[in-house]
Write a protein that binds this ligand. Structure first.
Ligand code: ADP
Length: 173
């Protein structure tokens, strides 16, 4: 039902896809991890558009679980879709918000007419989500979300992330 899922180990900033998803923070003004890498590689046009969004439609920033698109600047992709995953919390189940970050990103991708979309492992870095759990939610959500996107490519940084996503795909059955 969902898009075809492919897995690659590597750097999301080099992917030639219609849209690259950024694991941003609510402020939308850059950060570390994949966010920093996307702004560094994509150049200042991405940040300029993020600032414009903050000055107009998103004065309080982008809420957790939602998504918004900008230019991809100098990246080989056509668009960047910024989404905000939840910070992991041991005593509270925030998996709905993580699923929402994937679903909303796919909805924005549909609006853009994107057919190929690259995702990082949202929330699995600084936001502290255990990789196996993050991978399971990511893969199940993409698999069960209806959209016109044909390929969802998970671009995983490092072998542990790649192995976790491989197990999650194997478990789809
Ligand atoms: P979050 O704040 O949502 O946890 P991070 O950027 O800290 O986001 O991490 C999300 C995942 O992205 C982590 O698994 C991290 O290793 C990975 N990552 C960092 N840089 C890149 C990159 N250039 N390409 C793909 N994945 C990346």
């Amino acid at each position: 039902m969902g898009a075809r899922i492919t897995l690659v180990q590597g750097d999301i900033t080099t992917q030639e896809v219609d849209a690259v998803v950024n694991a941003a923070n609510s402020g939308l003004l850059g950060g570390g991890g994949v966010d920093g890498a996307i702004h560094r590689a994509g150049g200042p046009d991405i940040l300029a558009e993020c600032r414009e969004l903050r000055a107009t439609s998103l004065p309080d920033g982008l809420p957790t679980g939602q998504a918004v698109a900008t230019t991809a600047g100098r990246l080989p992709a056509r668009h960047v879709i910024h989404t905000v995953g939840p910070v992991y919390a041991k005593r509270e189940d925030r998996s709905d918000l993580l699923a929402s970050a994937y679903r909303e990103s796919l909805r924005v991708a549909d609006e853009l007419g994107a057919r190929t979309v690259a995702f990082p492992a949202i929330s699995a870095g600084v936001y502290g989500w255990p990789m196996d759990d993050a991978a399971r939610i990511a893969v199940q959500t993409v698999d069960s979300t209806r959209s016109a996107v044909e390929e969802v490519r998970f671009v995983l940084f490092g072998d542990a992330a790649y192995q976790a996503f491989t197990r999650a795909v194997d478990q789809l059955g």
